[in-house]
Ligand binder design. Structure first.
Ligand code: HEM
Ligand SMILES: *[C@@H]1O[C@H](CO)[C@@H](O)[C@H](O)[C@H]1NC(C)=O
Ligand SMILES: *[C@@H]1O[C@H](CO)[C@@H](O)[C@H](O)[C@H]1NC(C)=O
Ligand SMILES: *[C@@H]1O[C@H](CO)[C@@H](O)[C@H](O)[C@H]1NC(C)=O
Length: 357
């Protein structure tokens, strides 16, 4: 090594020691790796207080998480005309997109979010993904999603029929999601979102009926409860996209029921039953893909540090609801036995609705 090289290396070392990476100073004494992230701390404070009711995991969180999907999935790897992906077009062109059948009910959260995005002068595409990431961090055991900022605001309406429907076959769902870049396992990974979810429009007579018994916890209950033998309809009989559910008050989507039992997806589905941490890790990875559909990560700025750290899960394992036995689990993975899980003692209970917020 020449003297010059040694000198260069030493001065580099001294320099980097003497000049620690400068962090941008944001509001309320917070700092960010990039000054462009500061604005997101202000958005965070505003939406936690004024959309998510002080940091809850309620209806507005569920709707915001759903919106991340319905905006982003307007995308095709083979046909750019289908849509711009996670581009905010569902807000910018809400008069078109919220009228698509699969988007029924998204108009509420679109109108809730719109003025906040405008007020903070951030793009609709960024806002939707940020609100979903912040929202789901409020759920017990939730993921800490990556958040990259900088999606442009100019966009065009997505075409209809990009969002899967609960009446679709597994083959149709795999094909549409595959066209957007997701393999069968990643579809199941994304469906961890249905652990914090309820419906208003499949059976409109029972607004707020959840898909599992713990809709404010990001836990693996959904992955067990969808596999239990169905016996009842929670509301006014059978509706398109709905199949028999195991628990009063709980609504089971036909698509969830089929994906849980199909040989192409059943093993990924079952793998989360006793592994909350795996469910979270896989969800984070699949959401990182979803959130930047139509964009290149290199063009965006990593502001993930703004996303709050969620409370940890109470358990890594789902439970068999009270009143159920292992004989009622329709285990569907051919290559792994269904895991042993604890049972909740006592008589069968009904599942409470998610109140409107
Ligand atoms: C196979 C694909 C999927 C189908 C067929 C599907 C279908 C549905 C349906 C029918 C509802 C009820 C809407 C209502 O009646 O109000 C719903 C709710 C929901 N979905 Fe999905 N979904 C799918 C994938 C996803 C993905 C990938 C995400 C997010 C990453 C997601 C997040 C949610 C959430 C959070 C809710 C609850 C909304 C609320 O409680 O207000 N879904 N989904
Ligand atoms: C709002 O954002 C746009 C685009 O990022 C920028 O050109 C404009 O100057 C901003 N306006 C204000 C009032 O900050
Ligand atoms: C994004 O576009 C909408 C119109 O669709 C506009 O109202 C909003 O101010 C724009 N936001 C930014 C950050 O440019
Ligand atoms: C329940 O369904 C029946 C027939 O399917 C229909 O006639 C009735 O109006 C429905 N009730 C409500 C409250 O929607």
């Amino acid at each position: 090594m020449s003297f010059k090289t040694v000198f260069a290396l030493v001065s580099l070392a001294v320099l980097s020691f003497a000049m620690p990476t400068k962090r941008a100073v944001c509001s309320n004494g917070r700092t960010a790796s990039n000054a462009a992230c500061c604005t997101w701390f202000d958005v965070l404070d505003d939406i936690q207080e004024n959309i998510f009711d002080g940091g809850e995991c309620g209806e507005d969180v569920h709707e915001s998480l759903r919106l991340t999907f319905h905006d982003a999935i307007g995308f095709s790897q083979s046909n750019p005309a289908v849509g711009g992906g996670a581009d905010g077009s569902i807000i910018a062109f809400s008069d078109i997109e919220t009228n698509f059948h699969a988007n029924l009910g998204t108009d509420d959260i679109v109108e809730v979010q719109r003025p906040f995005a405008i007020k903070h002068n951030v793009s609709f595409g960024d806002f939707i993904q940020f609100a979903g990431a912040v929202g789901v961090s409020n759920c017990a055991g939730g993921p800490r999603l990556q958040f990259l900022a900088g999606r442009p605001n100019n966009t065009f309406p997505a075409q209809d029929l990009t969002v899967p429907e609960p009446t679709d076959s597994v083959t149709a769902i795999l094909s549409r999601m595959g066209d957007a870049g997701f393999n069968p396992e990643e579809i199941v990974d994304l469906l961890a979102s249905h652990s914090v979810a309820a419906q208003d429009h499949v059976d409109p007579t029972i607004h707020g009926s959840p898909f599992d018994s713990t809709p404010s916890a990001f836990d693996p209950q959904i992955f067990v409860e969808v596999l239990l033998t169905g016996t009842l309809f929670p509301g006014n009989g059978s509706n398109p996209g709905e199949v028999l559910s195991p628990l009063p008050g709980e609504l089971r989507l036909q698509s969830d029921a089929l994906l849980a039992r199909d040989p192409r997806t059943a093993c990924e589905w079952q793998s989360f039953v006793n592994n909350h941490d795996l469910m979270v890790t896989r969800f984070e990875a699949a959401m990182a893909k979803l959130a930047i559909l139509g964009h290149n990560a290199r063009d965006l700025i990593d502001c993930s540090e703004v996303i709050p750290v969620p409370n940890s899960a109470t358990s890594n394992t789902a439970s068999l609801p009270a009143g159920f036995s292992m004989g009622e689990v329709e285990a569907s993975c051919d290559t792994a036995p269904f895991p042993t899980i604890p049972s909740i003692a006592g008589p069968e209970t009904s599942v409470a609705r998610v109140p409107p917020s």
